[in-house]
Structures are given as C-alpha cells and as structure tokens.
Design a protein around this ligand. Structure first.
Ligand SMILES: [Zn+2]
Length: 155
C-alpha cells in the first residue's frame, strides 16, 4: 500500500469498523462507546466520507470487538450503521445495528421532575418504539416521550 493511501485509510488487523454512520454523528458514536477512556487501541474517525448514498461517517476501533448492547445503542442515533468485526485483516462478521426495545442508563429523561432525575440512585429506563422511521423513547417512570434529538439527551 502506498504511503498516500496509508495516510487516508488505515487497515486494521483486529477490531471493529462502524460504517454508514449518519454524517456528523461519529463523535456521538464515540461518546456512546466511551471512547477514548474505554479503548487503548488506535481509533480512526472519518467524517463526511463520500458513500453510495451520500455522505457518511466511519469509525474504526482497533483491538476492540463491540458487544451487542453497545451496537444497539448506536442504532438509536444512527439506524443505518453497519458493524464489521475484523479479525486478522478480514471481515469476520458483518451486522446491521438493531434498535433495542428497551434501554437502560443511556438517555436522560427530559422531565426534570422525573424520579430518574432526582438524587435517588435510579437508572433511567425507556421503552423504545419505531414509527415511520421515527424513534420514540417512553420513560418507564413518568411516561414522558422523547421523539427528537435523542443525541442531545444521551447521558
Ligand atoms: Zn421520566
């Protein structure tokens, strides 16, 4: 591989490539995954990369294979993302993200009086539904619904 290409695209030996992230959402994906605190390997981020269906973001995480729960959280803000698990430079698994039916400890309830926002040690919990591609989160404690800008309410 020539140096020029190496500069632009770094192939990874083992880890995860998250492709087809909604353009502009890569940094939120990193936050959901707790990067950099949770990963010691190299993490590469491509913003506004040209793709078949317009611009997209791509995140490559070396030496870490994402778990299902982590992948599903990404679906909340980027439902078209694909997850490629890389082993020995080859894609060993490719999967679509899957919007979870229930999330816990990911999003803050928008109701300031909700018990999950009090000083009690209560984890936020939401039931998730999808309506015409719109994701709706319903707080199990107070019933408040979050239907837009989910990324802004991530914990
Ligand atoms: Zn609530």
């Amino acid at each position: 591989m020539g140096e020029e290409k190496e500069l632009r695209v770094r192939r990874i030996e083992n880890g995860t490539v998250i492709d087809h992230i909604t353009a502009g959402h890569a940094l939120i994906v990193l936050r959901i995954l707790g990067i950099p605190d949770s990963s010691e390997g190299v993490v590469s981020v491509l913003l506004n990369s040209p793709g078949e269906h317009g611009k997209k973001d791509v995140v490559k995480i070396e030496k870490r294979e994402l778990k299902v729960a982590e992948v599903d959280r990404i679906a909340l803000i980027s439902p078209n993302a694909t997850i490629n698990i890389i082993r020995n430079f080859n894609v060993s698994q490719k999967k679509r993200v899957h919007i979870p039916e229930f999330i816990e400890g990911v999003v803050r309830c928008i109701n300031p009086n909700c018990i999950s926002n009090s000083n009690e040690p209560i984890t936020s919990k939401f039931n998730v539904t999808v309506d015409d591609d719109n994701i709706k989160l319903r707080c199990i404690y107070c019933g408040r619904i979050i239907s837009e800008n989910i990324a802004r309410h991530l914990l």
